[in-house]
Write a protein that binds this ligand. Structure first.
Ligand SMILES: [Zn+2]
Ligand SMILES: [Zn+2]
Length: 141
């Protein structure tokens, strides 16, 4: 089931919610709602910040990846170093099997379970600089 992980701009809390195309998703903390466009529309404009740019990222648990490598390192004395390439391979395999998700360049909110359009590319620093949230200007109140 498609879902979004986002920072709610109304209450500021981080949340994950089901996002059925054509339906509404709501922040479980404050009840603010967003309309989810259909599969082709979801990556044309971010529903949270109107940003038109997204990048593709593996929906991979980095902590788990580090943990696997750590286990490999710990086991080195008992496996004569064999555990390291073995678990490194396992890590690679898991990454390859992990589905892609779309991430908004500006608000960094994550869109899981949607069909990723071909034009979506990996994270690119140059693009990020163009679309990233500008820090609030230091205005005098
Ligand atoms: Zn909220
Ligand atoms: Zn966004």
């Amino acid at each position: 089931m498609p879902s979004v992980t986002a920072d709610c701009d109304a209450c500021g809390r981080h949340f994950s919610a089901a996002a059925i195309p054509g339906d509404r998703c709501a922040c479980p903390n404050c009840g603010k709602e967003w309309t989810i466009p259909d599969d082709t529309g979801i990556f044309t404009k971010c529903i949270f910040c109107d940003c038109p740019k997204f990048y593709v990222q593996k929906d991979f648990n980095q902590t788990l990846g580090c943990l696997i490598l750590l286990v490999g390192i710990i086991l080195v004395p008992w496996t004569y170093g064999l555990s390291l390439p073995l678990l490194w391979g396992l890590d690679l395999l898991m990454r390859r099997r992990t589905p892609n998700m779309g991430v908004c360049y500006r608000c960094r909110n994550e869109f899981r379970g949607f069909r990723i359009p071909e034009k979506l590319r990996d994270f690119h620093h140059f693009t990020a600089e163009q679309f990233e949230k500008k820090p609030p200007s230091a205005s005098v109140e």
